[in-house]
Write a protein that binds this ligand. Structure first.
Ligand SMILES: Cc1cc2nc3c(=O)[nH]c(=O)nc-3n(C[C@H](O)[C@H](O)[C@H](O)COP(=O)(O)OP(=O)(O)OC[C@H]3O[C@@H](n4cnc5c(N)ncnc54)[C@H](O)[C@@H]3O)c2cc1C
Length: 302
């Protein structure tokens, strides 16, 4: 099916929410990526359902993204439809110790709402960018804790356009992983169980985590956070540094001199540059230490 037909048909279903040939570098924290054939940013759950159902009925390839802080979009872009779950679905509600957050709500906002309500649990996430949908899919974590531990249940949308729920036990949360990484469903909302804690204590702990990040991560450059998962009992950054690759550069992509598990964009880096560095780091670490590094970042598109 031609891109222009998909665009025109979607425009009729979701007027004002659809764009053709959208530069994905505008939607990724790395500022890298080619064009999405058709790009949709739904303003509510019903628009999300209509967009997903359209792609499914017409057998158009569908890619769902959140804030784009853990994806590498290829230079050739993304075929079919890209749905960004963002500002249109970002409501956050509280009911005693329980927080309901739509998938497009920023994790940092949810953590701030929890803090201001005197609810503990999200402190660990201070400084992790991205939205709730991505955080649940990736089981985002830091400082010895992760989002999955707080999840009570998740509201999902399947490709046929039906909403359904999964409880925590069905989510198979593990280190930077969840059942959703191998399923074709869209996160619509997550429900989190928190606990009462002194607001000042929460604030202080979050400030400590933010300070640590500022000291150890190259936050002034575009990146997608950690490239590789940490292998059991070790850290990917330590291994890449020990392989002598800090500062290694391909085009405008560079292995950070501050944190070797970050690849930063010095200006005009391409996905190809980043992948060349990823390959180099993987090969060097395997040859020198026999450790196979597994990517944390998801590669999207061609
Ligand atoms: C500076 C920096 C620091 C970081 N530090 C950390 C850290 O400490 N710990 C950590 O875990 N991560 C970290 N990250 C990575 C990233 O912020 C997290 O993984 C984040 O949770 C991803 O959320 P997102 O909305 O950006 O997801 P995206 O990058 O948009 O997507 C990630 C994956 O989730 C899928 N997805 C997104 N939204 C939905 C949805 N609604 N429904 C279905 N699938 C969806 C996408 O298809 C993709 O596979 C860091 C990134 C940066 C740039």
């Amino acid at each position: 099916m031609a891109d222009s037909t998909i665009y025109l048909e979607m425009l009729k279903i979701l007027p004002g929410r659809v764009r053709a040939g959208e530069p994905m570098k505008k939607h990724t924290s790395w500022r890298i990526g080619g064009l999405a054939d058709v790009f949709v940013e739904p303003s509510d759950r019903e628009e999300l359902r209509l967009a997903v159902s359209y792609a499914n009925e017409r057998s158009v390839p569908l890619t769902v993204i959140g804030a784009g802080t853990n994806i590498l979009v290829s230079d050739g872009g993304i075929r079919g439809v890209v749905i960004k779950v963002g500002g249109g679905l970002d409501r956050i509600c509280l009911d005693e110790n329980v927080i309901f957050a739509e998938a497009g709500a920023k994790l940092s906002r949810v953590a701030a709402v929890a803090r201001d309500a005197g609810l503990g649990g999200f402190e660990f996430s201070a400084g992790i960018p991205g939205a709730i949908g991505g955080a649940v899919v990736m089981n985002a974590g830091a400082n010895g804790a992760s989002v999955g531990a707080l999840v009570k249940e998740v509201l999902l949308l399947n490709m046929e356009g039906c909403f359904y729920k999964k409880i925590k036990e069905e989510m198979n949360f593990a280190y930077r992983s969840s059942a959703l990484q191998s399923e074709n469903s869209v996160v619509v909302e997550a429900v989190f169980s928190c606990y009462r804690r002194d607001k000042e204590a929460i604030k202080e702990e979050m400030e400590v985590f933010i300070k640590k990040r500022k000291e150890t991560q190259p936050l002034h450059y575009p990146s997608a956070g950690s490239i590789f998962k940490n292998p059991p009992g070790d850290s990917a950054g330590r291994l890449i540094e020990a392989a002598g690759l800090k500062g290694e550069r391909v085009g405008d992509a560079q292995i950070s001199t501050l944190h070797a598990n970050f690849i930063i964009n010095l200006g005009e880096a391409t996905a190809r540059d980043v992948l060349a560095l990823v390959d180099k780091a993987r090969k060097s670490v395997f040859e020198l230490f026999g450790v196979e590094l597994k990517p944390e970042v998801k590669v999207v598109g061609y």
